[in-house]
Design a protein around this ligand. Structure first.
Ligand code: SAH
Ligand code: DHB
Ligand code: MG
Length: 220
């Protein structure tokens, strides 16, 4: 099995379960047009996030890593009318593109984009918690800090999802000097010893290559 097959199967799956969608098409077009990296979650993964949020009945969501707002829109669409999503983005240009896309999707009333490095903007969110769902998808080096913050600002029943925990298998390299890999491995160790969560990790292949996500349920 090759990456070509993963890609074609993703196209097949997306053809089956993903409706045509002007707002999401706009996000992907703006990503290319504005020169942003095409590292948004895949359509079927975006819908997975949307379904998790709906299954969970999430009313308050925190996302770390907005890019052009692709995963943001999938998640925000799961919210009830009085629900709220805050998304943190370090790059002002990304945040600007995302804000326009979120407004065009009709979600500006529910979504707030906060600009700045997440470690700097998280402290101002102290009093906004607890959040029902977290989607952590920014700089991987800070994943341990983001995960810790999420657990500390959750309630029993909160869900934490972390993207990109496999990185094509690089996560296996215990001697890696790549800060992203080190951060990812530290996250794994943290999840393993964190008694307040029950967690798993799932490998994924598809149009976005070979990676995986962590899913944690806060239990206490
Ligand atoms: N969740 C998005 C993809 C996010 S890509 C989607 O699936 O559609 C990662 C984003 O995190 C990039 O836009 C990058 O600028 C941002 N980022 C990187 N370091 C960050 C930091 N320290 N704080 C907040 N955002 C950061
Ligand atoms: C990268 C970041 C992501 O969040 C992702 O899903 C894929 C790739 C990256 O930084 O290369
Ligand atoms: Mg990601």
């Amino acid at each position: 099995m090759t990456e070509r097959v993963w890609h074609d199967v993703d196209d097949y799956i997306n053809g089956l379960v993903i409706d045509r969608d002007d707002a999401l098409d706009r996000v992907l077009a703006s990503t290319v047009q504005a020169g942003l990296p095409e590292i948004n979650v895949a359509p079927n993964q975006g819908k997975f996030l949307n379904l998790i949020a709906r299954i969970h009945g999430a009313r308050k969501i925190l996302e770390i890593g907005t890019l052009a707002g692709y995963s943001t829109i999938w998640l925000a669409r799961a919210l009830p009318a009085d629900g709220r999503l805050i998304t943190l983005e370090a790059d002002p240009h990304h945040a600007d593109v995302a804000s326009q896309n979120i407004a065009a999707a009709g979600l500006a009333d529910r979504v707030e984009v906060r600009v700045g490095k997440a470690l700097d903007t998280l402290p101002a969110l102290e009093s906004e918690g607890p959040f029902d769902l977290f989607f952590i998808d920014a700089d991987k080096v800070n994943n341990p800090a983001y995960f810790r913050w999420a657990v500390d600002h959750s309630r029993p029943g909160s869900v934490i999802i972390v993207d990109n925990v496999v990185r094509g298998g690089l996560v296996l390299d215990a001697g890696s000097s790549d800060p992203s890999v080190i951060g990812t491995r530290e996250l794994g160790a943290l999840i393993a010893k964190e008694s307040r969560v029950s967690a798993t990790m799932v490998q994924t292949v598809g149009g976005k290559g070979y990676d995986g996500f962590a899913l944690a349920l806060v239990t206490g």
